[in-house]
Design a protein around this ligand. Structure first.
Ligand code: FMN
Length: 201
């Protein structure tokens, strides 16, 4: 049906995404797992910011954040999100659109525990996306949570992951003369089978 081969070969889009990310890990100077995460606010105004993709599961993409942040509020209002990852060194992008759920169980605990102590305390200290009077106010909060939690802070109840289960994944690779290759996996809901199509560049 489609003439897929080479870097687009295989039927499992999560396996292809993992393979592309592994290639990018070898060639990108920084943050090969950075994604631009898009949401919409209550007025329908799009919003976008970078976050780090922490896992490509067999059926979903996982990142971590503060549940009281603007992005988390926007995600939870509609239960949907999209992201793009772009690798300048490979001249490739992956676009994902899907439905969201919290990852706030043992997996989130485990990931939180793997972070450096300063990052764990920082997560406790930051009221992400809220106005902050000054840098020194933030540092005072870091000192306060350090005194309270010491060297073994638990995962804050307001911090954890989101899992994005796609209904659409597009793989894009640069081609000569702007004749890029694009393949999209689509389904109307996560319960359905994927349909794959080649798209015009
Ligand atoms: C490369 C990069 C990676 C980032 N990774 C994360 C992340 O994994 N989680 C996160 O909450 N914010 C991350 N940030 C900060 C976000 O871009 C953003 O400033 C913050 O989450 C607040 O966004 P919001 O107000 O829209 O919720 C990252 C920023 C950059 C530039």
């Amino acid at each position: 049906m489609t003439d897929r081969s080479g870097i687009f070969a295989g039927d499992d889009p999560f396996a292809i995404a993992r393979a592309w990310l592994a290639e990018a890990e070898a060639s990108e100077p920084n943050d090969p797992n950075a994604i631009a995460l898009a949401t919409v606010d209550e007025a329908g105004l799009p919003n976008v910011r970078m976050v780090l993709l922490k896992e490509i599961e067999d059926g979903a993409f996982v990142f971590y954040t503060n549940y009281e942040s603007a992005k988390a509020r926007e995600i939870e209002a509609g239960g949907k999100a999209a992201f793009v990852m772009h690798w300048k060194s490979l001249r490739r992008q992956i676009r994902v659109r899907g439905v969201t759920e919290r990852e706030d169980g043992p997996k989130a605990d485990e990931y939180f525990a793997s972070r450096s102590l300063k990052s764990r305390l920082g997560a406790w200290a930051s009221r992400q996306s809220q106005p902050l009077e000054s840098r020194s106010a933030l540092m005072a909060e870091v000192a306060r949570v350090t005194a309270r939690h010491g060297t073994n802070p638990p995962r804050p109840p307001f911090w954890g992951g989101f899992r994005i289960t796609p209904v659409e994944i597009e793989f894009w690779a640069d081609g000569a003369f702007r004749l890029h290759d694009r393949f999209v996996w689509r389904r109307t809901s996560p319960e359905e089978a994927w349909r794959v199509a080649r798209l015009s560049p």
